[in-house]
Design a protein around this ligand. Sequence first.
Ligand SMILES: NC(=O)CC[C@H](N)C(=O)O
Length: 392
Amino acid sequence: MSEQGTRAQVGTGEQARPGQPAVLVLEDGRAFAGEAFGAVGETFGEAVFSTGMTGYQETLSDPSYHRQVVVMTAPHVGNTGVNDLDYESTRIQVAGYVVRDPSRIASSWRAQRDLGGELARAGVVGISGVDTRALTRHLRERGAMRCGVSSLDADPAALLAKVLASPAMVGADLAPEVSTREPYVVAPAGGERRFRVAALDLGIKRNTPLSMAARGCEVHVLPATATADDLLALGPDGVFLSNGPGDPATADYAVAAATGVLAAGVPLFGICFGNQVLGRALGFGTYKLVYGHRGINQPVQDLTTGQIAVTCHNHGFAVAAPADGTHTDTPFGRVAVSHVALNDGVVEGIACLDVPAFSVQYHPEAAAGPHDAQSLFDRFCELMASGRKGTP
Ligand SMILES: NC(=O)CC[C@H](N)C(=O)O
C-alpha cells in the first residue's frame, strides 16, 4: 500500500491558513466545525482521545496511533514546539490531529520548530477550534468510532459517506505497515553488554530499546513478520514483543512467534500489543474496549505487591482473562493476571508462573509519561540473569 493509502489521507501539501474552515464528522453523524490545522486535506481514521497534558510530540510519533485521529483533551497544545530529540519513531504516525487551541508561538529552549508547520510538512491533516470537551464526552459515551476531518470539502454529509466507507479498527492488521523493513541493533548505552535481546517490532517506540540499552542490553530489532526461528537464531537471552497499532486478533504471525519462544523456554517480555500477543499465545482472547485508555495519568495496581503506579497508556483492546486472583491453566502452565487498571478493572498485565514470561498492557518506557513502571525493565533483566528457567 502507498504511504498515502496506509494513512488514509489526502493532503494538498499546503499548510493551513489562519481561519481556513475545516470539519470533523463522526461515523454516527455528529459533526464539529473548526479551523484547518497542520496540512490542508482530508483524512480518515478511528477517533480516540488522549488525556496526556504533556508529551504531544511523543504521542504524535507513537506508531501505535497509526490510522487513528487523536483528540487532545488538554486544551492548549503546541506550547513547547517540536524538536529532533523527542520523536518516538521516524515520523508523525497519527492519521489526524484534533486540538482545541493551538499555541500561537512555541516557547521552549528545546523547541526547533512549531507544531502546525511540523504537521503540515508531514502531510498530517488536523483541525483546531473544536469543542474537544464535547467531542471527548461523545466518544466516552458512544465509544471510539471512525471519523473524517476535511479542509477540502465543508459538506458534512459528503464527508460522512466517506467515513462510512473507510476501514474500521476491528479486524485491522496494521503492525506490518509500521514495522521496520530491515533488522537493526541498538547497542548497550555504556559499559559491558550484559544481555542480548531479540525484539519483535510490531510498531516499537524508540525509548523501549533505549530503556533496555540503558541496562546493558544489546537489542536486535526484527520486522513484525519475523518468526520464532528468526528470533531464536540470534541466540538471545530474552525476547521482547513490542507495542503496535491495530487489532491484536489479526496478528497470528506474532502469536505464532511468541508460541515458539514460549516453547523454547527463552525469557519473554511484552508491552501493550506485546501483552495482547502473549495473552493470545497462552490461549486468552482479546476484545475491544469502549473507548480505551490513552494518556499518561492512568493508575495501575500490581496485584502481587498491592503497589499502585501512575502509568502511560495507549490501548483500545485488552486481554480477556480472570482478574480475581485466580490462575488459569494453559498449555504453558499456570498464568495469573498480575496488574489491573484502577479506573475500570481492565487487565493490565499477565505473568506466567511456570515459564519465564510476563507482559504489561501499559508503557514502562514512559515516553512521554511518569517513570513509575521503569523497574519492569529491571525485572526482564533479572529474568534473563536467572537463566532460561523459573519465574521472576
Ligand atoms: N500501544 C499499543 O501497543 C496498542 C495495542 C493495540 N493496538 C490496542 O489498541 O490495544
